[in-house]
Design a protein around this ligand. Structure first.
Ligand code: NAI
Ligand code: MG
Length: 365
């Protein structure tokens, strides 16, 4: 049976890079067969129809699809009556409570100078992003307030996800034949509980609790035996991320901090255009490049397709197909290392299509 994937290119460069990801999936040796279904979503769709995320899109994803890919949405920076971000809503509707964002350099390139190989596990459902019908950001005027929600339940499940990601990384590293380097096999809890002692305090305690109760409950070695845990305040986290990124393995953070530090970490690997993510629930997964719709370069065949292609690989990995996923990661690394077919964000001169074609060729080697 073919795997049915719901594809939502949405706006801007999403429409250029998501088809690249689909073609790479289709051409990967050892990958399952795919049945792609394109689904409407995004700001342009809102302008045409009044809906940024049609109910039918959500229904097809829920009832018919095995997984999904999202491109990027052009959310306006001012309030538009009736509009809310489809990606934020999708994460909620499908209960994709974790956004898993690996930021990894490529050996043998400039990335070696500041080596980074970290995964940011961002909580996806609460924090300052809980806007809904009942809780609005406001009032408008001289004073504005936003409500930030942290729950024990959401913090615990993201904590568990982060430790599971750390375990899965160890397994993948041994499969790929790369040995774990010093300081690996670790989860860093990112928070600001010295100031926000109640909300971030709850996040910190809940995440730490997952690890500590695993230790206690296990008579023998616990599930997370071999994984270490430490913590870092979010501001000094940014500082350390820029000075010594190699010290971080898996980082778990509330929604807003996770959003910010992962864009920051992207700078360490040269471009937002190479950073992938997967939105994960317990059984459903949606690949999504970390970048936005990049209106400054949209429609010019200039966008870097690597973030989307890596997101497709990440989706495969989380759906249980790690062998073809590893093939895609390797093909992308080969193309970055060779350096001949890189887009302008990586100081190259290649078009989106030329970069994709180079990756397709590397896959067949
Ligand atoms: P952005 O990520 O779209 O762009 C930031 C910078 O990175 C721009 O200079 C852009 O050209 C460059 N860039 C991003 N992706 C690239 C790629 N694949 N290849 C080459 N260069 C790339 O962020 P920005 O400009 O802050 O936001 C633009 C729009 O995107 C906004 O409407 C925003 O709401 C939306 N956005 C959507 C997200 C999503 O769909 N999940 C996430 C972030 C922003
Ligand atoms: Mg972001």
């Amino acid at each position: 049976r073919a795997l049915k994937l719901g594809m939502m290119p949405a706006d801007g460069i999403g429409k250029e890079v998501l088809p690249c990801a689909a073609r790479v999936l289709q051409s990967t040796p050892g990958a399952p067969k795919f049945d792609f279904v394109t689904l409407p979503a995004g700001f342009e769709h809102f302008q045409k129809t009044g809906s940024a995320l049609p109910d039918e899109t959500v229904r097809v994803l829920r009832e018919e699809c095995d997984g999904a890919m999202f491109g990027s949405v052009s959310s306006p920076s001012h309030k538009v009556e009736g509009y809310s971000s489809p990606i934020v809503k999708l994460r909620k509707e499908l209960d994709l409570y974790a956004n898993i964002r690996p930021v990894v350099g490529v050996r043998g390139t400039r990335d070696d100078e500041k080596w980074v190989d970290t995964v940011i596990v961002r909580e996806n459902t609460e924090c300052l992003y809980i806007k809904s019908e009942t809780i609005e950001e406001g009032p408008q005027g001289q004073v504005a307030r936003a409500i930030r929600q942290i729950t024990e339940r959401a913090s615990k499940r993201i904590g568990k996800k982060a430790f599971d990601v750390a375990l899965a990384r160890e397994a993948l590293r041994s499969k790929a034949g790369t040995s774990a380097t010093a300081g690996r096999g670790k989860v860093t809890v990112c928070h600001k509980s010295n100031v926000l002692s109640v909300t971030d305090g709850l996040f910190r305690t809940a995440v730490r609790g997952v690890y500590e109760s695993d230790k206690k409950s296990a008579g023998g070695p616990g599930r997370y035996e071999g994984i270490d845990m430490d913590e870092q305040l979010v501001d000094s986290m940014v500082y350390r991320l820029f000075r010594e990124p190699h010290v971080f393995d898996v980082v778990v953070a509330p929604n807003l901090y996770g959003d910010i530090i992962s864009d920051g970490a992207a700078a360490l690997v040269g471009s937002l255009g190479v950073v992938a993510s997967v939105n994960a629930g317990d059984t459903f997964f949606m690949g999504e490049p970390v970048h936005g719709s990049a209106p400054d370069i949209a429609g010019q065949n200039k966008a870097n397709p690597i973030a989307s292609i890596r997101s497709a690989a990440l989706l495969l990995e989380y759906m249980g197909y790690s062998d073809p996923a590893l093939k895609i990661y390797k093909a992308v690394d080969d193309v970055i290392r060779e350096g001949k077919y890189l887009t302008p964000d990586l100081q190259g001169t290649a078009t989106t299509s030329e970069c994709e074609e180079a990756i397709l060729r590397a896959l067949q080697k």
